[in-house]
Design a protein around this ligand. Structure first.
Ligand code: V47
Length: 385
């Protein structure tokens, strides 16, 4: 306590709870979001982070693969989705995806992060075959594939229950699910930003069933648009409740809304202050989530690095190709080399540890040698417009 000077009296009782390891309430969460004393909020989050992880900070070598940007959902928050015949619409042939994946293996990837649009014509079998083919060709790579939203859509088009859909995905080779599509669970917000997407309740229900079937997942929250502080806390507490039940969430990733090229382009982008606060509040409220990830693609590497002192213990991965944020105006790179992630972590006084998707340290001596640190190879992209 001696290192912490709190200027906001509202934070005093919260600090006492944090130092005693007690669970924070909804009101505490709201006070953390409203407090002008961001440094004290960050100090508390850093305290919890260091209790759990010491100086260790994780990153991974991964590749994002977005099979299609064709999407029927038309979410106002999104700049990535296109109508089937709209300019810029694409759908990769499976062979193109395999080429990208094999390039990823040559670059040392241990994870493929696979998400895409809700395509009106592609059958569930295309996605199952995609996964089967990846497992055959790249057996050592973890497949973190398809958000709860995509699972809900697959179930609908294949006329299957959520459970059977997840079982088929697992049987095909899906190892875990990414955390996207959660946005803000509250129906008021979903009506404005993603009217046609599955409800918050459904997102949680799909996550619950995935966890029960032995498929772990991540969780996200999209902040910085029309949501209130109460709605953010409600979202975090719902995640915390489900985690108490299943223990299936691996990492939480707060996602800053990027308004460019979306139907909400009139909204201002988030600020560094809000970005750091969302990391810190998550670390404090989500006491049962082991990992809080600072996704450098959306935060910038500078803010992501500072967030390693505000509660985050992971920088995500090398990524290589990123479309969702870059279509929405992100100015960050699409690729950060492994050596640069390590440099950023060390410069923050932390110890970099390469991890796999489930946060086991990666022993490179057991893997093919990494290529020299340069921009990764790209495969030619053919657009089916
Ligand atoms: O689901 C879409 C969000 C998500 C915008 O699980 C937008 O490890 C901001 O989920 N501005 C995709 N956000 C990213 C995501 C993710 C990223 C990194 C790691 C993991 C993980 C998951 O991005 C979408 C949506 O929630 N999104 N459009 C936008 N304009």
């Amino acid at each position: 306590m001696s290192n912490l000077t709190i200027t906001d009296p509202q934070l005093q009782p919260i600090a006492a709870k944090v130092l005693a390891g007690a669970r924070l309430s909804i009101d505490d969460g709201i006070a953390l979001y409203r407090s002008p004393d961001l440094l004290a909020v960050g100090w508390l989050a850093n305290y919890v982070r260091e209790q759990r992880h010491g100086n260790v900070t994780y990153f991974n070598v991964n590749r994002h693969i977005n099979p299609t940007n064709v999407c029927v959902a038309h979410c106002k928050l999104c700049a990535f989705g296109r109508d089937l015949h709209a300019p810029g619409a694409y759908t990769f042939a499976l062979e193109e995806i395999y080429q990208r994946a094999e390039q990823g293996v040559r670059e040392g990837a241990t994870e493929f992060h696979i998400v895409g649009g809700l395509h009106p014509d592609l059958p569930f079998d295309y996605f199952l075959e995609l996964v089967r083919g990846l497992k055959r060709r790249c057996p050592g790579v973890h497949l973190k594939a398809f958000t709860m939203v995509e699972v809900g859509y697959f179930a609908r088009i294949a006329k299957l229950s959520i459970k059977d859909t997840l079982l088929k995905m697992k049987e095909a080779g899906v190892d875990s699910l990414p955390g996207g599509g959660a946005e803000i669970f509250h129906p008021r917000v979903r009506k404005i930003i993603c009217d046609h997407k599955v409800s918050g309740q459904m997102w949680l229900n799909v996550a619950r069933q995935a966890h029960q079937l032995g498929l772990p997942s991540n969780a996200t929250m999209l902040y910085g648009h029309v949501e209130t502080e109460e709605e953010r806390v409600d979202h975090l507490v719902k995640l915390r409740e489900l985690q108490d039940e299943t223990h299936g969430f691996v990492a939480y990733i707060p996602l800053a809304f990027h308004p460019d090229n979306t139907a909400l382009a009139h909204l201002p982008p988030t600020t560094g202050y809000a970005d750091l606060r969302n990391i810190a509040v998550a670390r404090l409220l989500l006491d049962n989530f082991p990992h809080i990830k600072a996704y450098w693609v959306m935060l910038t590497t500078s803010i992501a690095q500072i967030s390693l002192r505000f509660g985050a213990n992971d920088l995500d991965g090398t990524v290589v190709e990123e479309k969702i944020y870059h279509d929405a105006g992100a100015t960050t790179a699409e690729f950060t080399p492994r050596a640069e992630l390590e440099r950023l972590i060390r410069a923050a006084g932390r110890v970099p540890v390469e991890r796999d998707t489930l946060y086991r340290p990666v022993d490179r001596s057991q893997l093919p040698p990494l290529p020299p640190a340069k921009a990764p190879g790209t495969v030619s992209l053919s657009l089916n417009v």
